[in-house]
Ligand binder design. Structure first.
Ligand code: ATP
Ligand code: MG
Length: 463
């Protein structure tokens, strides 16, 4: 805040004193009012709401403590500096207990007072900022690209806010498409490591035998095919954060090694005895319940305890339907702009469908549904028939029959790619659901997605 915007109230019954203070502080650039007694001070303060009050402890009509109390009761963010006569230290201490920032004893040096004033204003700015932030958070509909005003999302924003700055390991648990990656981003970009790299590794997408060398690097000749030394992703993440996505897909044999790295904060490259310092903040995510993964022998419990210092549970969209409208409007705006379509809203009837749907693919599915509707809509509103589940059948419902017209002269590989894409569309991008329908394990689906270079975010939904 500029000094010319800072309003200071000087309360002192000795005109020599208050005039001197007014002159001196005005010369410093502050806006200064003076009051000669308590009643006048309170009246002026109630009108102008000063940022700082300098108040004599001994006033003709009332005790300076009375002014202090009034100020702190009506505007807690205003700082008060008490001015005391010689020998009233005990009362002055009492005043600081009642909320005065500090007290100065007469006679004092102006320089000393200037420093105090600056300190008090700094503290005021800090307190006000924290309060504003708290107020904003409690009614926030958006946070670092994450949209959502539900209580569950508010809690997530607050958790991110309070843990991002620490180096605590964070586990994010939630169904596919709930926004785990957005949350991971918010944590990293809110942390002290924000300016350093944020490395993301999808444990399900990497071939099992490559994960270790990808993560920790290898030396030349460490295994067949290791033609040169290679730094691991852990090295690339130095100083920054590492996201291990789908942590339950990390090969169980590799998990003790990761655990050791987290414990010792050091690691070795494959084929080398040399140790390097591991300096990264670990964020992990999974769309399986960790307890299930542990029971099924996919996740070691000791690793789980290590990585889940803080666990963030992201509820599925069907459990926070109050966010559907906000999200739908957000995606509508985004895609209307992107495709230059004159769509301005969603009809009541279409909303009714959106609310009734169970969203197995969560926010990603909603995003795809709106994207498609923006492209299909004839009028300027999205109507029920622009939605893929118009006839009451749900995309991703296993019984739905879809006639797929497979063009002739396709190779088997092209057909496989086609079928995978269509299945992913049906599930709104939910890979687990798609893998289930296709009858293959998820890692296998991933390797096919990689092989055919299928871009999940460009699929849109099927009808
Ligand atoms: N709260 C949200 N606000 C805005 N967009 C969201 C929100 N949640 C998810 N999305 C969008 O939905 C898509 C999926 O989100 P994200 O990749 O973060 O999900 P995920 O939980 O990591 O899914 P998966 O388990 O499949 O990796 C992204 O395009 C993302 O931008
Ligand atoms: Mg993800």
């Amino acid at each position: 805040m500029d000094r010319k915007d800072v309003r200071i109230l000087v309360v002192d019954d000795e005109p020599i004193m208050s005039d001197a203070l007014k002159q001196n502080l005005s010369a410093e650039g502050y806006r200064v009012d003076t009051a000669a007694n308590g009643a006048e001070a309170i009246e002026l303060f109630d009108q102008a709401g000063h940022h700082l009050v300098l108040c004599d402890l001994m006033l003709p009509d009332m005790d300076g403590m009375g002014v202090l109390k009034h100020v702190k009761d009506t505007r807690p963010s205003t700082e008060v500096i008490m001015i005391t006569g010689y020998g009233s230290v005990t009362r002055a201490v009492e005043a600081t207990k009642a909320g005065a920032f500090y007290f100065v004893e007469k006679p004092f040096e102006f320089d000393q007072l200037h420093i105090l004033i600056e300190k008090a204003l700094e503290r005021r700015a800090l307190v006000t900022e924290t309060e504003n932030m708290r107020r904003q958070l409690s009614t926030r509909t958006e946070y670092f690209n994450i949209i959502g005003a539900s209580k569950a999302m508010q809690n997530i924003y607050e958790t991110i806010e309070s843990v991002a700055k620490s180096d605590a390991n964070i586990l994010i648990v939630g169904e596919s498409g709930t926004g785990k990656e957005l949350i991971a981003n918010a944590i990293h970009y809110n942390s002290h490591r924000a300016k350093k790299p944020f490395i993301k590794v999808n444990c399900a997408a990497l071939p099992k035998e490559l994960i270790e060398s990808e993560l920790f690097g290898h030396t030349k000749g460490a295994f067949t095919g290791a033609y040169a030394d290679k730094d691991g992703l852990v090295q690339h993440a130095a100083g920054g954060s590492l996201l291990l996505d789908e942590i339950t897909e990390m090969p169980i044999e590799l998990q003790p090694k990761l655990l050791r790295v987290l414990q010792d904060r050091s690691y070795r490259k494959l084929g080398s005895e040399k140790t390097y310092a591991a300096d990264f903040r670990l964020i992990t995510s999974t769309n399986r319940m960790p307890a299930d993964a542990i029971r099924e022998g996919r996740l070691r419990d000791d690793l789980f305890y290590r990585i889940s210092t803080i666990t963030i549970h992201v509820p599925p969209l069907r459990e926070r339907t109050e966010d559907i409208q906000l999200l739908a409007e957000h995606f509508l705006k985004t895609y209307a702009r992107k495709y230059q379509r004159p769509i301005t809203g969603i009809s009541q009837a279409a909303y009714a469908r959106l609310f009734a749907h169970s969203w197995p693919g969560n926010v990603r599915e909603l995003q795809n549904v709106i994207e498609r509707a923006v492209l299909l809509a004839k009028g300027n509103k999205i109507e029920p028939h622009d939605l893929p589940f118009d006839n009451g059948s749900l995309p991703g419902g296993g019984t739905q029959q879809v006639a797929w017209d497979v063009p002739p002269n396709m190779t088997l590989e092209e057909i496989e790619k086609f079928v995978i894409e269509r299945t992913l569309q049906r599930t709104g991008g939910n890979k687990q659901a798609a893998a289930n329908i296709l009858g293959i394990y998820r890692p296998r689906l991933y390797s096919k997605i990689r092989k055919y270079k299928i871009d999940l975010n460009s699929l849109g939904s099927s009808s």
